[in-house]
Structures are given as structure tokens and as C-alpha cells.
Ligand binder design. Structure first.
Ligand SMILES: [Zn+2]
Ligand SMILES: [Zn+2]
Length: 214
């Protein structure tokens, strides 16, 4: 599975193009905006988009999802249904953060812990990881040891929990009980900033390293 990061929006959100190299079929994760950049990369790699996947309902992650899904005629999968209120608030979110006007929408498929998402020959495991937002999900390719974690975890930091229905204890539990068991060797793509590995964060992350209380 080839992963190409396409930072979008003024928040430099890491939208990801995931390509199944065996079939040339692909999925786009978190198309928050700047769709012309995503579409240009899809055209450059000459791949066939099968799905739009969403980690959570914040405007920088999902404001372009409906338009991109319509453009390719594909379904939107994710996040978890507990994220419905954030998707319903997309018009307010876009105004508040100075984004182009975004419409509320419902995905074609809500996801839950233990679900799998497929495109081409690739399979992604779904983990429900509340804390930053209540319906946040993480996508994990067990075959390729890559996780797309949205705003749950960053290189050297963790997601904010001061939004409505954010919860710090839930976030720490999500990271330690859902992500760490996937393995220290797993490379993760965060919603913002550089990639890292779970092992590196367990050694050095000031919020969730092994031995840090909380
Ligand atoms: Zn977020
Ligand atoms: Zn974000």
C-alpha cells in the first residue's frame, strides 16, 4: 500500500491518498479541502478512487468529503456515529474557522470498533478512539504496519480535548489500550505534522510515554 500525504487547508491537515499497488485502486482519507490538489495527485498517480474515509468530524478533516465523493461517485465511510453532531455542525465550523461554506452530511457507512474497510486488495482495521472527539476512528493496515490516526496522536503530542464532548482520560485510554497493542513498529500518519512510530512515542511523548502518569 502506497501512502501519499497531501496537506490541505490553512491547518495543513494531512489528507492521505492510499493506493493498493496490486490493483491501482485507492482511498482518500480526510479530504478537508483543497480538493484540486487531491484530484491532481489522483490524476498524477492514475489510480481509481473507491472510497472516501473519515477519521472524525472536524472541518479541516471532512469539509471536502461530500464533494470529493460525488466527484468520483464513491461512498464515504466513517467516522463512528457518535460523531454525528460534529458533522451536523459543519456549517458553523466552516464559518467559525474561515473555511468555504460546508454543508452538513451523513456518511454512507458509520464505522465501529472491529469493523474493516476495504479498497482494492487492501484491508484496514477500524478502531474507535474517543477523546479528541467522541466518534473518532483510527484506520490500521496490519499487512503494512501503518495507522492513520487523525487527531488522536501526533509526533510528540496528543489531540486537544477542550472541544465539546472531548475527554482527556478517554483520549489517553484510546492511545494506550487501542493503539499501543498494535505494535511499536507501526508507523502512524497523524492529522497534522510529521509521521512517527508508536514505539518512538512510547519512549519520548511527554503525554503518553510509558511511565507518564495519567
Ligand atoms: Zn480534530
Ligand atoms: Zn485536525
Amino acid at each position: 500500500m502506497k501512502v501519499t500525504l497531501i496537506p490541505v487547508t490553512p491547518f495543513q491537515q494531512n489528507s492521505s491518498l492510499l493506493v493498493c499497488e496490486a490493483t491501482g485502486r485507492a482511498a482518500v482519507v480526510d479530504p478537508g479541502g483543497d480538493l484540486e490538489r487531491i484530484e491532481a495527485e489522483v490524476a498524477r498517480q492514475n489510480v481509481q478512487i473507491e472510497k472516501v474515509l473519515l477519521t472524525h468530524g472536524h472541518v479541516d478533516h471532512c469539509a471536502g468529503a461530500k464533494a470529493l465523493a460525488a466527484h468520483y461517485g464513491v461512498p464515504i465511510e466513517g467516522p463512528h456515529e457518535d460523531e454525528r453532531f460534529w458533522l451536523d455542525m459543519l456549517p458553523e465550523q466552516s464559518t467559525r474557522f474561515g473555511f468555504p461554506a460546508a454543508q452538513a452530511f451523513e456518511p454512507d457507512r458509520w464505522l465501529d470498533d472491529g469493523d474493516t474497510v476495504r479498497f482494492g486488495d487492501e484491508e484496514l482495521e477500524v478502531y474507535h478512539c474517543p477523546g479528541h472527539t467522541p466518534g473518532h476512528v483510527v484506520f490500521f493496515s496490519r499487512a503494512h504496519r501503518i495507522a492513520l490516526v487523525g487527531d488522536v496522536l501526533f509526533a510528540g503530542s496528543i489531540g486537544r480535548t477542550d472541544f465539546p464532548r472531548g475527554n482527556h482520560a478517554d483520549l489517553i485510554r484510546s492511545i494506550r489500550e487501542k493503539l499501543w497493542p498494535l505494535g511499536n513498529d507501526v508507523t502512524f500518519v497523524p492529522g497534522h505534522g510529521p509521521t512517527s512510530t508508536f514505539g518512538a512515542e512510547r519512549r519520548t511523548n511527554p503525554y503518553v510515554a510509558d511511565g507518564v502518569p495519567g
